[in-house]
Ligand binder design. Structure first.
Ligand code: GLC
Ligand code: GLC
Length: 627
């Protein structure tokens, strides 16, 4: 006889039944051949049951709510803000004092940049973690963290934190035991007795930090091993072929979920699985691991979603949002690196044809249970992820275009408006990446320094166009701290010994609260950007067609300086236009109507669009969302 679910155990069993088919087949394939496999499955199941039993009642309520409203993160009211706790507020408890500021801006999602206990000294901005169950003592305690997440939950603000799962700090307890010779823990990492295998792997690997951490292995004479270190020497890659590693990370994930985390940003996921003769990035097993980790959360803490950080070419990125057999079962969010790169590329060339080609050919018009984290700047550098094939489709040379972009954004290209810094110049490959704040790369730093009033005005318009682009594309727009106030580069990092070698610190400034105080006056560039962004986010909330589930279709506009896409909502089409040049653009009214923008009403300004002799007139760097 049918019965209603009467206990928490029933609910767990129902969720287990729902997601078991997404979990066990992945683990069977990854680890099934191992002698300890049955015991591993048993321990994982126990860990999930225990985490669920320990989960606080308000989190269980949120689990139910999000099971009932699975599109909660796809809605147009979502907008995120990304910051370092110390640089934004000082400490964790002090974040609560800044909530009015965030709510004033219209943000309901915060990403605390790495906040778990890092190794002392240079910790790669916190991505070298020595204890996943403790908060960075400079920020507060785990009790503070829980108090903050509880308060944010009451205010309807979601919390994202980083889970670094490709590597731990060499000071992590597992690594220390491994270095002492404990074989169990040596198997948590990728360690070799001789340089032979590392040398063979190295033949096909790329270098992430060629400047200051060349190669992918580090030799430790004191314990006689070569250790896999993709990133920095102090970041030891985990051995995901060992099911114990899966179990440990799954338990950490559930522990963090129960402290009130809503979004786990899974760091550097592409690198999790190694295979000889490959780049050891985005191997099929990576997607099996990520689907299994996703299923674990859906069973024991379904309010939690996963943001996957895979900064790779378009075709390689999409599978992180679940394609093929992983459809709807892998990441809920992934960074839209291509949208970001193409924004900067079109801004430099004043020509959107490459952007139209890339955005229009490589991405499906919709995704299942997933969407993008859209952004213009983040804490990392910009790598020019434009493939040679895509460049060739526009008769461009890939290497020449990438070199041009680096020259343009480090400011050396004649006539460039930008001021940035090079990052990880690799003479062997010709690769040069770029650091710099949104405002500095968009021209505000140079214009202010040279007293170029018109140039500064253009920079403000470029910044607002970027914000309007990521608010309309579909997904969660992530505003990187300072970009709401057009903060410039922070050249002071060169005086900090731990940071001087890493130009990414140029765009990791301290919050300027004095500037923030004057945000409502509308008299400065900072204030105009702030008010403009607040308006964009408010209009996004009011525009139902921007729900991430509605298809996105890129359309080629006659005018090469205008990037165009449609959001085809059941209530009608929204045609979004962005003028990527400092000259005026004209778009035929008839064309816009044929694309579905029958009313020619701009939802962004909430006014009719300007037309002249049958053309829509777009001022420099204009952005319109036409209904
Ligand atoms: C990610 C982070 C980056 C860090 C790297 C290693 O790419 O965004 O800042 O250096 O992972 O953890
Ligand atoms: C990341 C990315 C790389 C990025 C780096 C941090 O994992 O793969 O593109 O630039 O690490 O700088």
């Amino acid at each position: 006889m049918a019965r209603t679910p009467s206990s928490d155990d029933d609910i767990f069993d129902l969720r287990l039944a729902r997601s078991a088919p997404d979990l066990w087949p992945m683990l069977d394939a990854l680890y099934g051949a191992r002698a300890d496999y049955a015991a591993f499955r048993d321990r994982l199941l126990k860990a999930m049951r225990k985490a669920w039993a320990d989960r606080a009642p308000d989190l269980k309520r949120l689990d139910l709510q999000r099971d009932l409203e699975p599109d909660w993160f796809q809605r147009p009211d979502m907008a995120g803000y990304v910051f370092y706790i110390d640089r934004f507020a000082g400490t964790l408890p002090k974040v609560l004092e800044k909530l009015d500021y965030l709510q004033d801006l219209g943000v309901n999602y915060v990403h605390f940049m790495p906040c778990l206990k890092p190794r002392p000294g240079d910790s790669d901005g916190g991505y070298s973690v020595m204890d996943y169950r403790a908060i960075n003592p400079a920020y507060g305690t785990m009790a503070d963290f829980e108090a903050v997440t509880a308060e944010l939950r009451k205010r309807g603000i979601s919390v994202c934190i980083d889970l670094v799962l490709n590597h731990t700090a060499k000071e992590h307890a597992w690594a220390k035991k491994a270095a002492k010779g404990d074989a169990t823990y040596q198997d948590y990492y990728l360690m070799f007795d001789t340089p032979d295998l590392p040398k063979r792997y190295e033949e096909t690997l790329v270098e992430v930090f060629p400047d200051n951490a060349p190669g992918n292995f580090t030799h430790y004479p004191d314990f006689g091993k070569w250790v896999w270190t993709t990133f920095n020497e102090h970041q030891w890659d985990l051995n995901w072929a060992n099911p114990q590693v899966f179990l440990e990370i799954a338990e950490i994930m559930l522990f963090l979920a129960n402290r009130g985390v809503d979004v786990l940003r899974l760091d550097a996921v592409a690198f999790m699985w190694k295979r000889m003769g490959t780049r050891c990035q985005s191997e099929p097993e990576v997607h099996m691991l990520l689907q299994a980790l996703r299923a674990v959360c859906r069973i024991a803490c379904p309010a939690v979603i996963h943001l996957e950080e895979a900064i790779v070419a378009p075709a390689e990125m999409l599978p992180y949002l679940g394609r093929g057999r992983h459809d709807g079962k892998e990441g809920n969010l992934a960074y839209h690196n291509s949208l970001m790169v193409q924004f900067w590329s079109s801004l430099a060339t004043r020509d959107t044809r490459l952007m139209t080609h890339v955005m229009g050919t490589h991405f499906p018009d919709r995704l299942t249970n997933a969407t993008y984290a859209t952004y213009i700047r983040c804490h990392d550098d910009i790598g020019w992820a434009v493939t040679d094939e895509d460049a060739a489709a526009l008769n461009l040379s890939g290497p020449a275009h990438r070199a041009f972009l680096s020259d343009f954004y480090d400011g050396t290209f004649p006539g460039s408006f930008a001021r940035g810094a090079l990052f990880q110049v690799n003479p062997a490959t010709g690769d040069k990446r770029i650091s710099g704040s949104f405002a500095a790369l968009a021209g505000l730093e140079r214009a202010e320094a040279t007293g170029d009033v018109a140039g500064a005005e253009l920079a403000v318009q470029r910044i607002l166009m970027g914000h309007a682009l990521i608010a309309a594309w579909g997904g969660i727009p992530l505003i990187y701290m300072g970009d709401e106030l057009a903060l410039l580069n922070d050249h002071g990092y060169l005086d900090v010994p731990e940071h001087a070698h890493d130009s990414r610190w140029i765009h990791r400034p301290r919050m300027d609260w004095a500037v923030a105080e004057t945000r409502h006056a509308g008299l400065t560039h900072a204030s105009r950007v702030w008010l403009g962004l607040r308006h964009i986010l408010a209009r996004r909330r009011a525009t139902a067609a921007l729900h991430a589930a509605h298809p996105i279709r890129v359309v080629a506009c006659e005018s090469a300086q205008v990037f165009a896409f449609r959001r085809d909502a059941p209530t009608g089409t929204l045609l979004c236009l962005f003028n990527f040049a400092e000259s005026w653009a004209h778009v035929p009214e008839a064309w816009a109507r044929a694309q579905g923008a029958t009313r020619l009403w701009d939802e962004l300004s909430n006014h009719p669009v300007e037309t002249h002799h049958g053309n829509i007139v777009l001022p420099p760097y204009a952005r319109v969302w036409l209904a």
